[in-house]
Design a protein around this ligand. Structure first.
Ligand code: NAD
Length: 296
């Protein structure tokens, strides 16, 4: 494919139209691109059609595109989709595949090498900002890949948010996993502090206001507690199991480079305990309720 200025209309294959993928595909359509979308779920495909996209009935049909975006649960699913015979046949040399899922950086590098043998380029571009950011086009996008290839898809990524070049292929997935290990650990300790403070008689709104003007602030005090936990919705749109997956990617990465993730390991164990008790589809903010349920 040629350089992708923001005004050049491309055919974009989009595989994985879930909580994040669906609003992202919608923004690409709004941006003037032709989106061929596939998801295993019929309803997800129907939403794409309503948004003006073309729903196709196989990953292979979505792979016949200039750029193929993946927004799938994890590396296992990404590997199986890219290994699908119809996908392999449809991916033409020169195609750029952008894995926007939160995948495993080491696996991403392996996949990039495998695809490069067929002159297919892989860029990793996981995101933060949640479902709200996906809807508003304000995601932070952590981009890994060869600079000249990344340049060619920057116009597409800018429709979804703010791309930040993290480094070579796999760098985006590495920094994303590390971010989520921090985020999950913050959420746990913030929840313990909020619950303890309330039991002491403190007003939760006052606590958040103080924390947000002090050194205890984080995404948990600025966003998760006020928007999804205190109002009782537990509806951030990011699954607890997906968070736990990212935390494990980060601790494995730390260990692989000789860093013992002591607090990270502890956080993984705590989150895993909550995951065992909670519904498989539980939102990750449900950990706050779970922590509260374990207190006297
Ligand atoms: P989701 O479960 O809502 O969506 C995943 C979609 O992939 C589903 O619609 C599912 O049907 C589809 N799918 C699964 N296997 C498939 C296959 N083989 N072929 C086609 N479709 C398939 O998950 P999500 O919340 O949209 O998250 C997607 C990715 O983004 C994950 O890696 C997650 O960790 C990451 N992420 C999520 C958020 C969030 O707030 N939800 C934020 C940042 C990053």
């Amino acid at each position: 494919m040629s350089d992708t200025g923001p005004q050049e209309a491309l055919t974009i294959g989009f595989i994985g139209l879930g909580r994040m993928g669906s609003p992202m595909a919608r923004l690409l359509i709004k941006g003037g691109h032709r989106v061929l979308g596939f998801d295993l779920a019929q309803q997800a495909r129907a939403h794409l059609t309503e948004a003006g996209g073309t729903a196709v009935h196989s990953a292979g049909a979505a792979a016949a595109a200039d750029v193929v975006i993946l927004m799938l649960p994890d590396s296992k699913v990404v590997t199986s989709v890219l290994g699908d015979d119809a996908v392999t046949a449809a991916l033409a040399p020169g195609t750029i595949v952008i894995d926007m899922s939160s995948s495993e950086p080491v696996r991403t590098r392996e996949l990039a090498d495998e695809l490069a043998q067929r002159r297919i380029h892989l860029v990793d571009a996981p995101v933060s900002g949640g479902v709200r950011g996906a809807e508003a086009g304000t995601l932070t996008i952590m981009v890994g890949g060869d600079a000249d290839i990344v340049d060619r898809v920057t116009g597409v990524l800018e429709l979804l948010g703010r791309p930040v070049r993290a480094g070579g292929v796999g760098a985006g997935h590495a920094v994303k996993a590390l971010n989520n290990l921090m985020s999950a650990t913050h959420l746990w300790v913030t929840s313990e502090a909020m619950i303890a403070g309330q039991k002491f008689g403190l007003d939760p709104e006052v606590m958040l206001s103080v924390f947000n003007g002090s050194s205890g602030r984080s995404g948990s005090t600025e966003n998760k507690w006020p928007n999804f936990i205190l109002p009782g919705g537990f509806d951030s749109g990011f699954g607890l199991r997906l968070m736990l997956k990212d935390m494990k990617i980060a601790t494995a990465l730390a260990r692989a480079v000789g860093v013992e993730p002591t607090l990270g390991d502890e956080a993984v164990e705590l989150w895993a305990r909550a995951a065992e008790d909670l519904d498989p589809d539980a939102d990750h903010t449900e950990v706050a309720r779970w922590i509260a349920s374990t207190t006297n």
